[in-house]
Structure formats: C-alpha cells, structure tokens
Design a protein around this ligand. Sequence first.
Ligand SMILES: Cc1ncc(COP(=O)(O)O)c(C=O)c1O
Length: 384
Amino acid sequence: MIYLDHAATTPMDPRVAEAMQPFFSEAFGNPSSQHGWGQRAEAAVDDSREMVARALGCRLEEVIFTSGGSESDNLAVRGAAFAARARRGADHLLVSPIEHPAVLATARALAADFGFTLELLPVDAFGRVDPDDVARRLRPTTALVSVMYASNEIGTVEPIPAIGRVCRERGVIFHSDAVQAASQLPIEVDALQVDLLSLGAHKFYGPKGVGALYIRRGTPLTPIQTGGGQEHGLRAGTHNVPYLVGMARALEITLSERASHNARYRTLRDRLIGVLDDLVPEVRLTGHPVERLPNHASFALRGIKGNHLLAHLDLAGIACSSGSACKTGDPKPSEVLLALGLPPDWVYGSLRVTLGRQTTKTEIDRLLQVLPGVCATLRATDSR
Ligand SMILES: Cc1ncc(COP(=O)(O)O)c(C=O)c1O
C-alpha cells in the first residue's frame, strides 16, 4: 500500500511514541496534584509548553493546550467573537471561504445561532486572499478576521503577514489556522503578525487528539469549555499529559528536520505536477502553482467523480484524498473549488496527493502509472 494522504493525517514518529510512553505508566500523575506524581506530570506539561512556545517564538502563558485543531479553531473563533461582542458590541466576522469546516462551520453557527454577521472574503482563482480586500471590508464592528495559513484542500499558502499587518493597523483580532502549515512552514507568530494561531499535532507526526492555540497577550477571549482553572481558565480539563509530551516532541523533530524534508517534497511534488498534465487529459492543478505547501499536489479532473477515483486508486493500493470527500453515493461539489470559480463539471473530481517523510520516487511513479488508466475507465463509465 502506498500512503499519499499526509494532509489527512501522518503516522506517529516512533521517537514521539517513545517520549510519550512513561506518561501512560509510571508517570501517570495529574499535573494539578501537589505530590510527587503531580509534580512530575506538571514538569512534563511545563516542558511541553516551553517547546511549543519556542517553536512559536512566544511567551509560555500564550500557549493553550487543546484536544486538536478543531478545538483550537473553535476556541479562537467563538472565544474572540463572544469577547469582542461583550466588550464593544462587535458582531462582524470576516472569514475566507476556503477555511476548514472547523472555522467555517463555526463562523456559520455563530451567524445562525448567535446573530453574528458573517462576511466571506473574496479569493482569486488560486484561493488567495488579497490583503487589500481585507482592509476594504474591515468595519468598526469587526470582531475577528480568520484566514488559514495553508489550505488543506488546495495547498495554497495565504499572505498571512500582510493580512496581519492590515488587521493590526485597525486593531482587529486576526486568527490563522496553521494546522496544515505547521509541518512545513515557519510558525513564528511575530513574523506572521497573528493574534491567534491553531495547531494540531497529528499533522506533524504527533498523536491525534491534541493541539494548541497561541493567544497573543492581551487578546480578549471568552472560554468555551469551563470547569477547573487549567490553562489560565481558558480551557478546563485535566491535561492529557502523554499527548502533550508527544506533541512537543513531534514539533521539536519537525523543526529540526523541516528543511530537508521540504526539499525532497518539492522535487517529488513538482515531478508529479509536471508529468500528470501530459499523461491525463483535462486535468488542472488547483491552488497556487508556487505559493503552495511543499508536500501538496491537488488537481481537478473534468467529468470524474472524486469518490470513484479514490475507490479505484485504493484497489490499486494507493491511498489519496479528494476535496469532495464523500465515501458513498454521489459526491457533493467541493465548496473550495466552487469558491475558486471552477465550472460545474470540474468540481466533483478533485484529487489530493500529499507526500510524507517516507514517500519515495517509486511511489510517485506508481501513481503516475496507474492514474491514466483509472481516469480513462472512469470517464468511459461515469459519463454513461
Ligand atoms: C486546516 C485544518 N484545520 C483544522 C483541522 C482539524 O484538525 P483536527 O483533526 O486536529 O481536529 C484540519 C484537519 O484536517 C485541517 O486540515
């Protein structure tokens, strides 16, 4: 089997599992307890926070641990929206239309259930937000701007520092979802000019179900999970010590190895993108040709259903993904591809190929060998 779906999740690095192990057994304490067991667990949480803060270039108290990317996005978007409304009556949310549902569905829920006004930013044909558009659309009542760092679906990297500058000049809180970006791009928050940044460990070879939210000092945020006073009262619940240790170790490894992995990804990705066009008719790259994640290649294929394509690839032993993820029945058109302005017969057949640390040239060649036949078969059968 060939795994080319690293944007969905990555295998946990064995060095991460090793670092986590003691905290499942002898070092099982609750970090909130006073005794020795508690102190050892607390030290592990502190060390993990220090590592994450170092990666982000921020203060320790600006890192909040969560259960993953979705929770970080929820805390950022809901927390900032509710706090801005309570403090200054702000109720306008400015969000990109290509966000992950953890942001987009959350913003929609705030509009539908809590009376916020949601405005979607325009994007160009590559899915890029123009910082000038953000500037034009900011209102005195804007509570939050949220634009992802890099797209999970089309790989496009957004001009985050420029958008951050615009928001800062106008005193508006800026959140960026860096869940996909963190494995490959720098995440120093001052350079990015963000107030809130979401991370999820399973996208950078850490465990699933753990993440972090960076919250710039002084950013008003209303907690969404209340209880004990953990995480400065912003996220109640006993710390998941082994998973926090795992996330920190995974991030440490990522930072030290990022440059060499990225160089290899780029070579393999560019070969795939360059050759596919010649092998399969009516295929186009989606997302930005240059400003994109090094490991990410995504395509739209006219007249093909994404779920059928994935099923055929799976039978051939290749695991990929499609934007219009739907395992059975008729796939829904990809919202992201619709936002890019692709015509209707192109938005059902997307293919996402995301490379990982173990991906080889042989694996990419195998995909290139299999795809033309699968596409020809599907075009003959799907159109009947
Ligand atoms: C951009 C982006 N944001 C958020 C998430 C959700 O993260 P998690 O799976 O850790 O909840 C994902 C996961 O696919 C993602 O790609």
